[in-house]
Structure formats: C-alpha cells, structure tokens
Unconditional design. Structure first.
Length: 278
C-alpha cells in the first residue's frame, strides 16, 4: 500500500502545480490585454504629438548639442520575475552581442527589472541606477524614476539607448534598440499630418513650448517602451504556463492510469488469496 500512498501524494502535488500554472496563465493574459490597451493609447498620443514637435523643430532651430560629450547611457530592460520562458535569455543574449561592439569606458548602464540588475551585477558591470520593479502596477513609478533621471542627467550623455524585448507576434519576442536621446522625432514623422504652427496662438515663448513638448515626448517614449516590454514578458509567461499546464495534464493522466492499474492489481491479488484460502 505504501506504493499507492506515494503515488497518490505525487498526483495531489501535480494537481496543485497545475492549478498554480493555470492561474498564472489567466493572470498573464489579463495583464497582457490591459497593457495592450495602454500601449495603443500611448502610441496614439505619441502619433498626435509628433507632427507638432516636427513642425516646431522646423520653425525654430534647436540648440546645438555639446559635441565634446563622449559618455553614453544604456538602459537594459528585462523582467522582474521569472517563469517567462526564454524572455530574459533573448534580451541578455542581444546585450552580450551589443557589448562586443562598444567600449565600456564610454558607457553607463541603467537596469530595469530584477533579472537585468542581477545579470550586470554578476558580470561586475557598474550600474548608475537600478530599478528592480517592473510590472503593470509599478509601471508609472518606474517610468517616472527613469524620466526624472534622464531630465537631470540629459546633458551628461551623448546618447541614451534602450535595449528591450518587443512582441513581433504573440508567439515571437524579438530584441529591440530605441534611441531616447537625442530625440529624433523626424524618423517617425507622418507626412500626412503636416501642422502649421501659425494656426496656434502661443502664450509662452516658442523655446519653452518646444522644451515642454520634448519632455512629454520623452516621457511617452519611456512609458511606451516599458509597456511593450511588459507585453512581451506576459506573452512569454502565458506560453510558458500554458505549456506547463498541458504537461501537468498529460502527466496526471499517466499517473492516474498507473495508480488505477496498481490498485486493481492489489485488489485482484487480495481476492485471489481470499478465495484460495477456502
């Protein structure tokens, strides 16, 4: 009977694991759908503000950047939690290849997500700022912290680049690079939305308006990048938990079948012994 008891305990343990993976699968899909709605709103707002920014830039020349700045900033974005398949390995492998092309002495690093921070710590790479929290609940707080850091130190870096994962499709996540600073709205300007700045009555000075819109543009980009990374993470986690749930179901079928066979064998043996005793 000890064999049956052990098998029954294993079945119960697998049933508990199956419930957990199923719940995580549902949570991942729910979080993903919420983040997709947020991302769509952010992209819509960015698409509306970009033509205005382009028009203001063309109407008023921007201050020249300090060409003597050699320092660059890399923002590496991974996940806060695990159980998301190969999500972290994709972006960290891309980061490894990126490191081969740069001189570390001219770069500072910011990490977003616990796995990114732990990875750079293991490689003994210095980090100027670390944000371990990255989830739908901590999105605004993390984005504000990044934005405030960029606004405070924007004149210290020649470029600021984000490395993160983006969903090519529900099943495929791919690493991306996005230059946050210097802001280059021309690359995403929609020629069909030409805005005449003369149609607007500006109370503030044009330079102040440009600064305000630039800051909004940067914050939108930070939020959009973080939301895209979370969407990719939740997609990977859903696929991982879905696979785990299906594996648990298949294992339960095999173990229940084995349990019933052993139980039936023992019952038959006991009946045979009982009959033979008469």
């Amino acid at each position: 009977m000890s064999q049956l008891i052990q098998l029954k305990q294993r079945i119960k343990a697998i049933e508990v694991i199956k419930k957990i993976t199923h719940a995580m699968r549902l949570i991942s899909m729910s979080s993903r759908l919420k983040m997709i709605k947020l991302s769509e709103n952010l992209h819509f707002f960015r698409d509306e503000i970009t033509p205005l920014l382009c028009s203001l830039e063309s109407a008023h020349s921007k201050a020249d950047q300090n060409q003597s700045i050699q320092k660059n900033l890399i923002i590496l974005i991974a996940s806060e939690k695990g159980l998301c398949g190969n999500f972290n390995s994709i972006i960290l492998h891309h980061f490894e290849n990126y490191l081969k092309k740069i001189d570390l002495e001219n770069y500072d690093f910011i990490t977003v997500g616990k796995h990114a921070g732990d990875y750079l710590a293991k490689k003994d790479i210095s980090i100027v700022a670390r944000h371990d929290k990255l989830s739908p609940h901590h999105l605004d707080k993390t984005a504000n912290s990044l934005y405030e850091f960029l606004m405070k130190h924007k004149n210290e870096y020649a470029t600021v680049t984000c490395l993160y994962n983006k969903s090519k499709s529900f099943f495929i996540q791919q690493p991306c690079e996005f230059q946050l600073l210097p802001v280059q709205p021309q690359t995403s300007c929609n020629v069909q939305k030409n805005i005449d700045v003369e149609d607007y009555h500006w109370i503030q000075k044009p330079e102040d308006v440009i600064v305000c819109i630039f800051q909004s543009f940067i914050k939108l980009n930070v939020l959009a990048i973080l939301s895209e990374s979370i969407i990719s993470e939740q997609s990977s986690r859903f696929l991982s938990m879905d696979s785990s749930t299906r594996n648990a179901e298949n294992l339960l079928k095999k173990m229940n079948l084995e349990y019933n066979k052993i139980r039936q064998t023992k019952i038959t043996k006991e009946l045979t012994e009982l009959i033979s005793s008469f």
